[in-house]
Design a protein around this ligand. Structure first.
Ligand SMILES: [Ca+2]
Ligand SMILES: [Ca+2]
Length: 102
């Protein structure tokens, strides 16, 4: 009984909305690559946080690079993008779409 309860709760409701938010963030970040070199500079990531109505875009950007810029070259490459999406999701989970509408 208990197992059934846990399973049905975790597997259904959450992932769909979470996936939708991941997708929103991913397309936002991709649109921030203004020079189209396939990676995100600090300025480009900061612009993304501004789009998300962050009150502290510089702070968020610093934290994001600490988490996502694994090789420390100062850019978020395609392979590091997932980590960046995770960080953004951590900050704004549940209201990404709302923030982007403003
Ligand atoms: Ca770029
Ligand atoms: Ca990097």
């Amino acid at each position: 009984m208990v197992f059934f309860f846990i399973n049905s709760k975790d597997d259904k409701n959450l992932p769909t909305s979470l996936l939708a938010e991941r997708h929103e963030i991913l397309s936002l970040l991709k649109s921030c690559d203004v020079n189209e070199d396939g990676k995100l500079s600090k300025e480009e990531v900061k612009a993304g946080f501004r789009r998300l109505q962050s009150r502290f875009p510089a702070f968020r950007t610093r934290r994001a690079f600490k988490v996502a810029d694994k090789d420390g070259d100062g850019f978020i490459s395609e392979t590091e993008l997932d980590e960046l999406v995770d960080y953004v999701l951590e900050c704004y989970q549940g209201n990404v779409a709302l923030r982007l509408m403003k």
